[in-house]
Design a binder for this molecule. Structure first.
Ligand code: PEP
Length: 250
């Protein structure tokens, strides 16, 4: 079912003590919206975060990345089974920083998505065009290719465990935001792309998040658009009051 979701991607920020402090601050906030709330701490702190939040908070602890293999000779990597063993059942895949700095391709991401689904994990699948693509008018073609290459080998049922996150690369961490109209146009295009292949039910039930410099000041306008079902939040997720101002913007 289509849900409103606000997920905070902490990236490589916050050691264990800082994670505990931010979680304490998050627990002190009041949620007035119906959005599902998620935070993605760094891998070393997932277990502690899960233990602290699991019973009462309504905040889901999710992972920023995982490997496609179950286990084996992949130094430095973490598998789906390992994430599940520390209480994590949702993973962000395909973030533009993973694509850019760790050379993650659509083909690799397809394998990661398969591994997540095989382990009954929900995937927040990220994609988005670069500034040059938008300047050239190619943003829809780029986004369509990213989605199709990584996801369109799946059957319709798999999409129940997928959330899409449109994150134009030029808006991530730059302070520059897609206008609410640009976000709406792209989200409508993504929904249509899904509908064309998988039908209206899959498309209508898909939660499509926007990411890229969402802040308390612009969240409400972006979230008011009919095809925007929430946000993936970077910088503003590191301050509890800002994050909850965004959560409560629905
Ligand atoms: C992100 O990294 O997913 C993101 C949206 O970052 P920011 O909100 O800082 O632009």
């Amino acid at each position: 079912m289509r849900k409103n979701i606000v997920a905070g991607n902490w990236k490589m920020n916050n050691d264990l003590a800082q994670t505990e402090t931010l979680i304490t601050d998050l627990k002190a906030q009041t949620q007035t919206s119906n959005a599902e709330v998620m935070i993605a701490p760094t891998a070393t702190n997932l277990w502690q975060a899960y233990q602290t939040l699991k019973d009462t908070s309504g905040i889901e602890v999710i992972a920023q990345n995982m490997h496609f293999a179950e286990n084996g000779a992949y130094t430095g990597e973490v598998s789906a089974a390992m994430l599940k063993s520390v209480g994590v059942t949702t993973v962000i895949l395909g973030h533009s920083e993973r694509r850019e700095y760790f050379n993650e391709t659509d083909a690799l991401l397809a394998k990661k998505v398969d591994a997540a689904l095989a382990n009954d994990m929900r995937t927040i699948f990220c994609f988005g065009e670069e500034l040059a693509d938008r300047k050239a008018g190619n943003e829809e073609a780029v986004v369509e290719a990213q989605i199709k290459n990584a996801l369109f080998h799946l059957g319709a049922d798999a999409f129940k465990n997928i959330v899409l996150a449109y994150e134009p690369v030029w808006a991530i961490g730059t302070g520059e935001t897609a206008s609410p109209e640009q976000a709406q146009d792209m989200h409508a295009f993504i929904r249509k792309t899904l509908a064309d292949t998988y039908g209206a039910e899959v498309a209508d039930n898909m939660s499509i998040l926007y990411g890229g410099s969402v802040k308390p000041a612009n969240a409400q306008e972006i979230f008011s658009k009919p095809d925007v079902d929430g946000g993936l939040i970077g910088g503003a997720a590191l301050k509890a009051t800002d994050f909850y101002a965004i959560v409560n913007a629905f």
